[in-house]
Design a protein around this ligand. Structure first.
Ligand SMILES: CCCCCCCCC/C=C/C(=O)SCCNC(=O)CCNC(=O)[C@H](O)C(C)(C)COP(=O)(O)OP(=O)(O)OC[C@H]1O[C@@H](n2cnc3c(N)ncnc32)[C@H](O)[C@@H]1OP(=O)(O)O
Ligand SMILES: NC(=O)C1=CN([C@@H]2O[C@H](COP(=O)(O)OP(=O)(O)OC[C@H]3O[C@@H](n4cnc5c(N)ncnc54)[C@H](OP(=O)(O)O)[C@@H]3O)[C@@H](O)[C@H]2O)C=CC1
Length: 302
């Protein structure tokens, strides 16, 4: 399998049809790295313009530069999604620059590993505001400023929270809240023609892994043996689920959550069967766009 060439001569490889998002404007939070960056590439490949939101403007600008190589149009908006005024202003800026918004990928997020008893109130707040409040603010503003009038689609990125999220309890609680928010918004905003869904990535070999220290990374390498499909997921596989939910193929899907996790939550402790002895790739997809993470965690058979 080859890596999608996002910076060189090749265009992003996608299983979706050309022009699927022609003329659309999609906001991607956390678009400066990892899953958000990959999603921005795929959406631009399919004809969308993207608005990239994140705290570090230089990373957003770098992605805008990558997209421009193949004619992709992107705007850059430095914004901490926990800051209500900044979110309001950023969404207004997207509308001012692009004239419309058709969709939101609520992807920005993250956390630090810690047992519950070691999490300070500030640490809890920082993570809950990042993974729940920020997503709510983004969705509320995109809906209020645009989608209530025109319809559209929102995809909220959560995590593998099923049965708890040991060592990341603050994040698990916040993401569970985001799932419930997804379900509520799917009802409240349906009459306006707005669909709201979630994608729950499992262990994805993305730049996100690089934020963890060596002990955690060693633990993650060990955990690969718990994945029934025998490998980590790739950014591209998460992006494909996001793109599907944004697309007309999902026109009757709202309030749902698509798990992209190689069946990890189904690997029950009462089951002693083997996980796959080889990684099980889907050949149609390109591999993730962060070669550092790929080399280290081995999304391929190596
Ligand atoms: C094992 C198997 C698992 C197996 C499970 C593994 C599954 C992995 C699946 C998930 C993968 C991903 O999400 S990958 C994506 C990863 N990407 C990210 O996490 C990027 C975004 N993250 C962040 O920005 C930060 O983590 C986050 C804390 C949310 C926000 O940062 P801020 O700069 O706003 O926060 P700060 O001001 O630095 O700190 C606020 C408070 O949080 C505390 N805090 C911050 N980092 C801390 C830390 N490492 N340890 C303790 N406490 C910490 C500080 O001490 C402060 O509390 P006081 O000291 O009391 O004031
Ligand atoms: N990789 C994995 O295995 C999994 C990832 N996820 C989730 O998927 C999403 C993408 O993760 P991934 O690409 O792997 O990791 P990254 O760390 O590469 O991506 C996180 C992105 O969110 C942005 N971000 C974080 N906090 C804020 C904030 N307060 N305001 C604005 N932007 C913010 C970051 O940019 P900046 O720092 O510049 O603001 C960064 O671009 C995250 O929500 C992550 O938690 C869930 C499960 C598993």
């Amino acid at each position: 399998m080859s890596s999608p060439n996002t910076t060189g001569a090749g265009r992003y490889t996608t299983v979706f049809r050309d022009g699927l998002f022609d003329g659309q404007v999609i906001v991607v939070t956390g678009g400066g790295s990892g899953i958000g960056r990959c999603t921005a590439h795929e959406l631009c490949r399919l004809g969308a313009s993207v608005a990239l939101i994140g705290r570090r403007v230089e990373r957003l600008e770098a992605v805008r530069g990558e997209l421009a190589v193949h004619g992709g149009e992107a705007s850059v908006h430095a914004c901490d999604i926990r800051d209500e005024d900044a979110v309001r202003a950023s969404v207004a800026a997207v509308r001012a620059e692009h004239g419309r918004i058709d969709g939101l990928v609520n992807n920005a997020g993250g956390q630090f590993p810690a047992p519950l008893e070691k999490i300070s109130a500030n640490g809890w707040d920082a993570v809950v505001r990042t993974n729940l409040t920020g997503g709510f603010l983004m969705a509320r503003e995109v809906y209020s400023q645009q989608l209530h009038a025109t319809g559209g689609s929102i995809v909220n990125i959560i995590a593998d929270i099923w049965g708890g999220m040991p060592t990341m309890g603050h994040s698990g609680a916040a993401r569970a809240g985001m799932l419930n928010l997804t379900e509520t918004a799917a009802c409240e905003w349906a009459a306006a023609g707005v669909r709201v869904n979630a994608v729950a990535p499992g262990w994805i070999a993305s730049s996100g892994f690089d934020t963890y220290d060596e002990a955690m990374q060693a633990e993650l390498r060990r955990l690969k043996d718990k994945v029934p499909l025998g490998r980590y997921g790739t950014e591209a596989e998460v992006s494909a689920a996001i793109v599907f939910l944004l697309s007309p193929a999902a026109a009757f899907i709202s309030g749902s959550c698509v798990r992209v996790d190689g069946a990890v939550p189904n690997n029950r402790h009462t089951w002693n069967g083997p996980v796959s002895t080889r990684s099980v790739p889907f050949d149609g997809f390109p591999l993730a766009t962060m070669p550092t993470a790929l080399r280290e965690y081995g999304s391929d058979d190596s």
